[in-house]
Design a protein around this ligand. Structure first.
Ligand code: SER
Length: 357
């Protein structure tokens, strides 16, 4: 086990720290990171991680990202090199308890940023914080405006209508603040004009809806696509909560994980912005239903829009301009929606549910 000398003379073990590790993204990320020659993975979640995931981590802890003391205690043993801060309350669930969501999504993020700043300062080396933001950071006033605008770049139409979207957008700004301006008036501030000198190296991807063959999301509003597909694979009927013409961007989970790691690995000097859109395709809910039926001809899919969840989907963009991610760090979608079904989703999902029968 490699140990490094801290400026305080302590010997601490270098680590990659992951919050919300038991969620959908955590599953894929831990698996991908454990195959790399990166430092040990230290993972936290509110609930116990599955055995298979635990085995890939050097240490796992039950911890709430809102509990700063608990985080300090568990991280006292480590030199945190990188943080993937995945813990969040997603958009649908957040509307049921907005203040709780704010507590987790914002205060939890401030805790993480502060830990990164303190560790970065202590070791004289910036701590990389990789933060998943979301298409929920956008907000259109009307469906007509959304349709007319089409693909959006990162800094337009950011007027979110959900607590989750507000939280994500604000945390993007907080990340920028910790990276470039944290304690800017303090005498001992280590910030400067040189963006490479900060103590926090904050990088953010705005995820579209994510579709995994392994897991089904909970509490999100883009969940209609993964729910539809998984229901069909299980042989269950599915009632979709949005209209057939609802269109937002999506990508598969492995693509999202690859892109996240690609951004994390990009040389700092190549990054011209803090926040990057990523997405692979943007089928309508009706087009997804047609594809699902091609592979699962007996699938029963009906559409019974829930007006309020529909309004959230209608406020999100129908397409993302991902050219900054492409130009700065080489992001390229791996799949079209047809390829995603054919090469990843259907084969994996079928196998998964067969093995459960
Ligand atoms: N999947 C998220 C949600 O639906 C959006 O990023 O809340």
């Amino acid at each position: 086990m490699r140990m490094e000398q801290s400026t305080l003379g302590e010997r601490r073990q270098p680590a990659v720290f992951i919050t919300g590790a038991g969620g959908e993204v955590g599953h894929g990320l831990i698996t991908a990171l454990s195959g790399e020659s990166s430092p040990d993975i230290v993972a936290t979640d509110l609930r116990d991680l599955e055995q298979g995931l635990r085995e890939l981590c050097a240490a796992t802890y039950l911890a709430d990202v809102c509990d700063r003391d608990a985080l300090d205690r568990l991280l006292a043993m480590y030199q945190v090199k990188e943080i993937y801060h995945l813990a969040a309350v997603l958009s649908t669930r957040a509307e049921l308890a907005p203040e709780v969501a704010h507590q987790v999504n914002v205060n939890g993020t401030v805790n993480i940023l502060q830990i990164a700043a303190e560790q970065g300062r202590m070791y004289g080396e910036p701590v990389k914080v990789v933060f998943p933001s979301s298409i929920a950071a956008y907000g259109f006033g009307s469906l007509q405006e959304k349709t007319e605008v089409g693909a959006v770049t990162e800094y337009e139409h950011c007027k979110p209508s959900t607590m989750y979207g507000c939280n994500k957008l604000y945390c993007e700004h907080l990340g920028r603040y910790y990276a470039h301006s944290y304690r800017q008036l303090a005498k001992d501030s280590v910030q400067g004009d040189d963006k490479n000198r900060g103590v926090v190296d904050f990088r953010c991807v705005r995820y579209p809806g994510l579709i995994s063959a392994e897991t089904v999301p909970t509490g999100g509003t883009s969940d209609f696509v993964p729910e539809m597909l998984h229901a069909a694979a299980r042989g269950d009927a599915y009632t979709c909560f949005v209209r057939e013409d609802s269109r937002i961007p999506f990508m598969t989970m492995p693509e999202a994980i690859d892109a996240t790691l690609q951004l994390a690995a990009a040389p700092r000097k190549e990054l011209t912005q803090i926040v990057y859109n990523i997405a692979s395709f943007n089928p309508s809910a009706g087009e997804v239903a047609e594809l699902v039926k091609q592979y699962f001809p007996d699938a029963s899919i009906t559409f019974e829009p829930d007006e309020r969840r529909q309004a959230i989907v209608d406020s999100w963009p129908e397409d993302l301009d991902c050219s900054a991610a492409h130009n700065d760090w080489g992001f390229t979608p791996k799949y079209t929606v047809e390829q995603a079904f054919d090469e990843y989703l259907v084969p994996r999902i079928t196998k998964q549910y067969e093995s459960k029968q």
